[in-house]
Design a protein around this ligand. Structure first.
Ligand code: IMP
Ligand code: MG
Length: 195
């Protein structure tokens, strides 16, 4: 643990985080619950888990331990935000899947669905490849921020419109390693250009 994480006077122990929204034990309990549901609802199938990098890496690694089915894991990397806190609406595939998903049962694993633009784009792209089924599991959903309607079959937590970091989620590529999810202090990003 670094000195900054231990600094006193902050609930999270991290000076850039104003409050902890989801603790490590809440996150673990949710992974267990979602994993059990995915197992139950996909009996007889082999799933290809498509993990959306980078944000979903930690969530998926915990989730998949609770999925008691034959699974394969593949990765997609997208860039939708640059280093800003607002969705640009433009999604760029930075790394594509290694395997063809034609005829496969695909479970897309996302960190957070905010406007829905990223997920809508990814769903269209993956459906074009004609999987047998396509479902989505997102750890977090900011349903109040949705701009496009998009199905999310498995949702961990519905969260308010606050910028969150930790447990895979970043701001400017930082904070992904925090074991909890917390609110980033607005003064950490308020100087950025909006739009
Ligand atoms: P959407 O396209 O607006 O739904 O945004 C989805 C992506 O934006 C997520 O996969 C995240 O990478 C990022 N994102 C949205 N909200 C947050 C947040 O509160 N913290 C960190 N990243 C976020
Ligand atoms: Mg992401």
């Amino acid at each position: 643990m670094t000195a900054t994480r231990r600094s006193p006077g902050h609930e999270s122990g991290h000076p850039d985080i104003s409050k902890v929204v989801l603790t490590p034990s809440q996150l673990q309990a949710k992974c267990k619950k979602l994993g059990a549901r995915i197992t139950k609802e996909n009996q007889g199938r082999e799933l290809i888990l498509v993990v959306v990098l980078k944000g979903a890496f930690m969530f998926c690694s915990d989730l998949v331990r609770h999925v008691d089915l034959p699974v394969q894991i593949d990765f997609l990397a997208v860039s939708s935000y640059g280093d800003s806190t607002r969705s640009s609406g433009t999604v760029r595939i930075v790394k594509d899947l290694q395997k063809d998903v034609l005829g496969a049962d695909v479970l897309l694993v996302e960190d957070i669905v905010d406007t829905g633009l990223t997920l809508a784009y990814l769903r269209t792209m993956l459906l074009d490849r004609r999987p047998r089924s396509l479902t989505t599991c997102a750890l977090l959903s900011k349903s109040v921020c949705r701009e496009v309607e998009v199905p999310v079959e498995y949702i961990g937590f519905d969260v308010p419109d606050e910028f969150l970091v930790g447990y895979g989620l970043d701001y400017g590529q930082r904070y992904r390693n925090l074991p909890f999810i917390g609110v980033l202090r607005p003064e950490m990003y308020r100087d950025e250009p909006q739009g």
